[in-house]
Every structure is written in C-alpha cells, then in structure tokens.
Design a binder for this molecule. Structure first.
Ligand SMILES: Cc1ncc(C[n+]2csc(CCOP(=O)(O)OP(=O)(O)O)c2C)c(N)n1
Ligand SMILES: [Mg+2]
Length: 554
C-alpha cells in the first residue's frame, strides 16, 4: 500500500479526491443518501467547509459562483431524486457559463433498482444534455478516480459542469484506492498562422473593436487582454466577467458607446464570449468583419461567417496577437494609434463620455416614485474597487449593468446567457466566502427575490454579511412592459406593490429597511454596509420606468 493510498467509505474517498483539486467547501441540502459525503467533509483534515442551504438550486449556484470567482472547481452535493432535479436549472446555468462545477448526487440503492426505493431516479440521462459528463459510479473503490476525472474534465477548457451520482452501496461501503497521479493540463497553443491572419486584418481595419467576455477572466487572460487593448490601441466593450478587465481609467472602455461602436466598426474581435443574442448573434451594423477568439475549438461560432478564428489559451492568443501585429512589416503596422491621434477611438470615447453625461441626470434623479437609476447613483459612491456585485432580476439589474462599471475584473456576477432568475442568494453566499474582505452587494428584482430569499437564512446561520438591494417596483418589469407593448395589456406580471421583503430578511435573523424617498437611499445603503449582518434595503421604485432596451433576446 503506497503512502498516499486513500482509505475509507465512499464519501470520504470522494472528499479526498476533490480536495486534491483545490475544493474547500461543499454546498448542500441534507438528505440521507449523501450522509457519507458529509461525514467525509467534517472528518477530512483539514475539513471541507459545509454550507447547508435552503434550496438545492442555491447550492449549485453557490458552487458555480465559487468557480467563477476563484477560478477553481466548485462542489455541490445533492440528495437523490428531488435534490438532484431541483439543482438542474443551476447546472444548466453553469453549462451555459462554462463554469467548472462538480455536482455529486445521491442515488437509490443499485441492489433494489426497479423495486421502487424512495427517490429512485436514473439522473444521468436528465443531466447529460447540460453537463460535460453525467454518469454513475457504482463502486466505492472507483470513486477517487471518477471524482478526479470529473474535476479535471470540468476545469479543462471549455469548462463546464460534470455530474456523478453515487449509489448508496458505493457511498456507504469501505474501500482502498490509489489516488490518481496529477496530470499536466494540455498547453492549448494557438495556431501562429491564424494569429498572423488576424494581425493582418487588424492592420487593414480602420475602425476595430475588441469585445472581452467571461472566458477572458476564466482563462486567466485578463492581463494579456489589457495589454492587447493598450498596445494595439483598441476600443473595448466588455460583457459578463470580461467587465473590469480594462478599467475605465485606461481610456479604452467604450461600453457606453456600444451602438456606435458595433454600428460603425469594420472589424470586431470577440474574445472569450459566444456570438449569441448579447452580441447580435455576431452580426454588426456596418457589416463588420468578425474574428472569434475562443478558449477551445468547439466554442468558435459556426453560425456566422468568420474572417478569422483562433482557439487556445486566451492569454497565449492575446499575447500572440500583439506579437504578430508588431512583427508585421510597415510603419506601426497592426497598431492603432493611441488617444488623440486615433480618430475612431476619439469618437467612441466622446460618445461614451456624452452618454455618461446624459446618465448623470437619472443617477441624481429626485423623481418620486424613485427612478431605479438613482439607486445606482447612490451605490456607485459607496462601492470599493474590489466589491463583488451580484445581479439577479430583470430591468433593475439591466440598469445596474449600465450604471455600475467594475473597476477590477472578477467582481461582476450576472447569470449569463441562460438568464435564469434565482441565482442571487447562491451567488452572494459564494461571493461572501470567496472574498471575505470585500464588499458583497446583491441586487435583486422583487420578482427575482422570490426564488431564493429564504436563503437569507443561510447567510444568517453562517454569519455571512451581505448588502442586499431590492429594486421593488411591484411587478415583473421585464415581462410586464414588453407584454403591454406587444398586446396593449398585460397579465401574470404583477407582484404585491410595496411588499416588505426587508421584513422577510428581518424575520430570518438579518436586518433591513424600506426606502421610499430618493434622499433615503444613500443613508440606508451606508447603514447596510456598516451593519455586519445580512441587510436588505428594500427600495420602492417606479413601476412605470422600463429599461430602454432594443431587444429582449427572444
Ligand atoms: C427562472 C426564470 N423564470 C422566468 C424568467 C423570465 N423573466 C425574465 S426577467 C423577468 C422579470 C423579473 O422581474 P424582477 O426581478 O422583479 O425585475 P424587474 O424587471 O421588475 O426589475 C422574468 C419573469 C426567467 N428569466 N427565469
Ligand atoms: Mg420587479
């Protein structure tokens, strides 16, 4: 028996294997089928932190946000049957976001399969379409290798969730196993010729734009992306976790001039984001050429004609692009001049500055009922550079996307392209654990609040202070306004006006208050940041204000 031989019940073996991948916490909701995993967690040395929540989707959302923030796998443990099925929307969210998550499910006993055990469900067929792998591990001795493979697969670009269920026999029985050898990750070198082709396109372009998406952060390419933007003098538009990679101070961020940038660009380079509805499906106004830079070949868009496509480690891709551009012959070939000598960048900067100027009136709005933008006018003043901001909701969160500009990468958590309401408390729980010293602010639509507000209880029990701001317009705003526009009336779009979600937070052991006047927002937020407990600021906002959007994504 080797010095590293693992020995114990299936749960202990799974925990030991997960630890070797940097996993430090287990998000879960209790069920007898998975007790050995808890026993394994508390008896591990050091123990895995067990965070028990009030709905399985919160457990998986928390594991996903852990993966997004810390860039290592997150772990959720769900009990057999309903525990697993309750987690599926969150697994799907991780699938759409390319987040490395391992979900371990309990499973009814193999020995009685078909006889009608409690919660007997064959999970993998349900999970297969939304995971990189979904399977059953039927034997305790096979668990360490299976968990190791699962975590490696989850973390290998393009990242994503993996599901394993573990029958009662496998989890409860004892076994010995040699832990698998750690394997080096493949290098994912980009093709130098493809990079050269993109460098040539850049040299020819007059009006290029660089789009940075979540995989830039996930692939640890944020420094390379910032270098590329600065060296090549490229205006930048960021989405998802690409936000903050190029800070506003760099003078290249033109997200607020997005329509002009996409409408008039002659070349759009998209790095680390799918060409989905958020990017007009890859069709840009003036018929711009499109280059797709992705973390893995299977992520390169197949639905649009690409002028260039490079897959690989995004840090190597972006550094390689700078190198290829600077090696092109000709004066300053491939480089776009900086600042005042670059009329395209200058124009976009001016447009972005004008948009910011126009924003100001709304950010300072004294309108009564409160304009949702005023909430962000106040919040902006209080946010530190390293704050983590989580958005879960419709219009209220769209306004946040417009008015809050992250100063650093890795601090902005939106639900991503699956657009699943209910991420809020799970993401916030994970953010509080992942960034113990930072502000964590959860922005909740009042509708979104209904999906996970009970998990304020989890924040309270685990002593995790979070500032929660509920934009309470009393409606499902992002549905009510479009339905009215389409049909001239709306149904199924109203919530209770003025509902006291702050009192829900108080009843669960947190704190909170209702704000009904614009001047009350700032002081209430300050109290929330000082409270040291989960604190819900319930802001009554104007239901007549709709986010001015050009598309709903449908
Ligand atoms: C799980 C889920 N159910 C339904 C939807 C459809 N949906 C998208 S936005 C929205 C309204 C959100 O309302 P609220 O959170 O109150 O934010 P508001 O738009 O009012 O600011 C709904 C119902 C969804 N995206 N996800
Ligand atoms: Mg609402």
């Amino acid at each position: 028996m080797g010095a590293t031989t693992l020995e114990g019940h299936g749960g202990a073996l799974a925990v030991a294997a997960a630890r070797r991948h940097g996993v430090e916490e287990m998000f879960t909701l209790s069920g007898g089928h998975v007790f050995p995993l808890y026993d394994g967690a508390v008896k591990a040395d050091p123990p895995l932190r067990l965070v028990d929540v009030r709905h399985e989707q919160t457990a998986v959302f928390a594991a996903e946000a852990t993966a997004k923030l810390l860039r290592r796998p997150g772990l959720a443990v769900l009990t057999a049957g309903p525990g697993v099925t309750n987690g599926i929307s969150a697994v799907t969210t991780a699938h759409f976001n390319g987040s490395p998550v391992l979900v371990l499910g309990g499973r009814a006993p193999t020995g009685r399969w078909g006889a009608g055990s409690l919660q007997e469900l064959d999970h993998p067929p349900l999970l297969a379409p939304v995971t990189k792998h979904a399977g059953t591990v039927g034997d305790a001795a096979a668990i360490p290798a299976a968990v190791d493979r699962a975590l490696r697969l989850a973390a290998e670009p393009h990242r994503g969730p993996v599901f394993l269920d573990l029958p009662i026999e496998a989890l409860f029985s004892q076994a010995k196993a040699e832990p698998p050898e750690p394997a080096a990750a493949p290098a994912r070198e980009p093709d130098p010729e493809a990079l050269q082709g993109v460098a040539r396109l850049l040299a020819e372009a007059r009006r290029p734009v660089l789009v940075l998406g979540s995989d830039v952060w996930a692939d640890r390419a944020e420094a390379a992306a910032a270098r590329a933007a600065v060296t090549l003098g490229l205006p930048v538009i960021a989405n998802g976790q690409g936000r903050g990679v190029v800070p506003p101070a760099a003078g290249l961020l033109v997200t607020r001039a997005r329509s002009a940038a996409f409408g008039d660009a002659d070349l759009v380079l998209v790095a680390g984001a799918p060409l989905d509805f958020r990017l007009g499906y890859g069709g840009f106004g003036g018929g711009a050429k499109v280059v797709h830079l992705a973390d893995a070949p299977d992520q390169l868009a197949g639905h649009v004609e690409l002028a260039g496509a490079v897959a690989g480690n995004l840090g190597l891709v972006l550094d390689g692009l700078v190198e290829a551009a600077t090696r092109l012959p000709g004066p300053a070939a491939g480089r776009h001049r900086q600042g005042s000598q670059n009329p395209w960048l200058r124009r976009l900067r001016e447009e972005a500055a004008a948009a910011a100027e126009r924003d100001r009136a709304l950010l300072e709005s004294d309108a009564d009922p409160i304009h949702p933008a005023r909430v962000y006018g106040e919040l902006r003043r209080l946010l530190a550079d390293d704050a983590v901001v989580v958005g879960d909701g419709g219009d209220f969160v769209s306004f946040a996307g417009r008015y809050l500009e992250p100063a650093r990468p890795g601090g902005w958590l939106d639900p991503g392209p699956y657009g699943c309401l209910g991420t809020g408390l799970g993401y916030a729980i994970a953010a509080r654990l992942a960034r113990p010293g930072a502000q964590v602010v959860l922005l909740l639509g009042d509708g979104a609040a209904g999906f996970s507000l009970m998990d304020v209880d989890t924040l309270v029990r685990h002593r995790l202070p979070v500032v929660i701001v509920c934009g309470n317009n009393g409606i499902w705003g992002l549905e009510k306004h479009p339905m009215r526009m389409l049909y001239g009336y709306d149904v199924a779009a109203d919530l209770q006006p003025g509902c006291r979600y702050d009192e829900v937070a108080r009843a669960l052991g947190g704190a909170g208050e209702l704000v009904t006047s614009p001047s009350g927002i700032g002081p209430a937020l300050a109290r929330a940041f000082d409270a040291g407990v989960p604190y819900l600021v319930n802001v009554a906002t104007d239901p007549e204000v709709a986010y001015p959007r050009s598309t709903t994504g449908i």
